[in-house]
Design a protein around this ligand. Structure first.
Ligand SMILES: [Zn+2]
Length: 487
């Protein structure tokens, strides 16, 4: 169905799509097409400005400055940052002196809170401090911010009519009226905003229940959902979708830990656990895009599946990095399991891991775990220039020195610079107490260089520190026996 981009139906459809497929180019293009409130022609008209002035001086009883505005702004900034809300909306909080209980959004991005509203919060939840951690205020503010982001007010027909008619000023109602669907959408998305910002989402629902009891439903003529509808809708959403997604972070991280343990003794089970971790973390990141840890964990699971597919040919099957799977172990995985997703499984999954890491790094460019993992994934893809660049950034970001030196050595070794690789591994091994991995890489590089005695020594040093049950220990042991057997 083709929708006019500015229609309310299109705005709703877009909101749904943004939840379901935030990366889709269509969604990104359509989101950008929505008018920027900062540049909106209507907001720059004399009439609109006059309406805002009238609203502030009469309805709001004048605007307050002072300490309460400071914490209200902190809540707003926390919601904006946690949800990566578009920069095109210049959000501001304004505290009105009026004693009526009200909180609403003007379409250009100002959120109005009344003194009466703050008193209402204090009266109903006396133990909950009025400060930046107030989840009730955060819930209501998030709801209002959704109205602005989704252009609910601007899309409303009565607002357009008022704007197009010359003459009389717009009434406050025309500034704030929203439709039934907009309310449900604002509740639903507002819930996601507060969750992402670390507020208790139940506060929003609790507030609506309270408001329903105190204020009663809007008169039937208004196109608002009843409070009963508003309470049950986000509750359903919370129970059926969001809670499921919210819990997926823990479930995914748990599956990842499980998979890593299973890697040594049951590769089929490990592979299933990595698949489960991908499913869970994928679901989580679809709703909550702001967790760099979730993207990083997702990338680890994706990289492991990629390496498992072709460990025999991968640099990550040969060298002992945190993302590696020892190649002889990986080959024990039944072929059918490995090739399940076709010949290019390794490349496909390593590319996906790269994308996930890019998301983590968009959120924090100095997230050194992601930079190290990116360097390892790029090594797996034989993009050695890319890996080198990532390692430079990782080092600057303060990443583990052993891992930086070791991955640098692997890149050198893969390009045949054995002498330089050995010296990088020596550097890495010198600093490594808890990373016997560097010793394994050193031994392997020395062996390739033809330095058998030193290789034996390095393997012995590795075996003294490595967990006995590790597949890398078994390979090192076999190499030592082999080296001892040859003069
Ligand atoms: Zn609303």
């Amino acid at each position: 169905m083709r929708l006019k981009p500015e229609s309310a139906a299109a705005s709703r459809a877009l909101a749904e799509l943004q939840v379901l497929a935030p990366q889709s180019p269509f969604v990104i293009a359509a989101s950008q097409r929505i008018d920027s409130p900062g540049e909106n022609k209507v907001f720059n008209t004399e009439r609109y400005r006059a309406s805002v002035v009238a609203l502030e001086s009469t309805w709001m009883g004048g605007i307050e400055e002072g300490a309460d505005v400071v914490w209200l702004e902190k809540i707003m900034r926390r919601l904006v940052a946690a949800n990566d809300l578009p920069q095109r909306v210049p959000f501001r909080v304004k505290l009105g002196k009026a004693m009526m209980i009200n909180c609403f959004a003007a379409p250009h991005g100002d959120i109005y809170v009344t003194r009466g509203f703050l008193q209402y919060l204090k009266k109903n939840w006396p133990k909950v401090e009025l400060n930046e951690n107030n989840a009730y205020m955060a819930g209501v503010m998030a709801h209002e911010m959704v109205h602005v982001i989704r252009n609910h007010v601007v899309n409303r027909e009565s607002f357009r009519m008022a704007v197009s008619q010359a003459g009389a000023e717009m009434s406050p109602e025309q500034l704030r009226l929203t439709t039934r669907m907009s309310e449900i959408e604002a509740d639903r998305e507002g819930l996601l905003y507060v969750l992402a910002a670390g507020y208790n989402p139940n506060a929003l629902v609790e507030w609506m229940e309270k408001a329903a009891a105190d204020i009663g439903d809007p008169p039937p003529a208004e196109d608002h959902p009843t409070f009963d509808e508003r309470v049950s809708y986000p509750m359903d959403f919370w129970t059926n979708e969001v809670r499921f997604a919210w819990q997926a972070f823990d479930a995914g991280t748990e599956a990842l830990a499980q998979a890593s343990k299973l890697e040594t003794n049951d590769l089929v089970a490990a592979r299933k656990a990595y698949d489960a971790a991908i499913n869970e973390l994928d679901r989580y990141t679809r709703y909550f895009r702001q967790s760099k840890e979730a993207w990083n964990n997702l990338a680890i699971a994706q990289a492991k599946i990629g390496v498992l597919a072709h460990a025999d040919k991968s640099p990550l099957g040969k060298w002992y990095t945190p993302l590696s799977v020892e190649q002889k172990v990986a080959q024990q995985l039944p072929k059918v399991e490995r090739k399940k997703r076709g010949e290019k499984t390794d490349v496909v999954f390593l590319e996906r891991a790269k994308e996930s890491l890019a998301r983590a790094l968009e959120l924090d460019g100095k997230y050194h775990r992601a930079l190290i993992n990116l360097a390892a994934v790029q090594t797996g893809l034989r993009d050695f220039d890319g890996a080198r660049a990532s390692l430079v950034k990782a080092k600057e970001a303060g990443a583990d020195k052993v891992l930086v030196a070791m991955l640098g050595g692997i890149v050198l070794a893969e390009q045949g610079n054995w002498a330089e690789a050995v010296s990088a591994f020596v550097d890495a091994a010198k600093e490594s107490d808890d990373h016997p991995r560097a010793l394994y890489c050193l031994a392997l590089a020395l062996q390739h260089k033809g330095d058998k005695d030193k290789a034996k020594e390095a393997y012995a040093a590795f075996l003294a520190k490595e967990n006995k049950g590790s597949p890398w220990a078994a390979v090192a042991q076999a190499q030592v026996s082999m080296l001892l057997g040859t003069p």
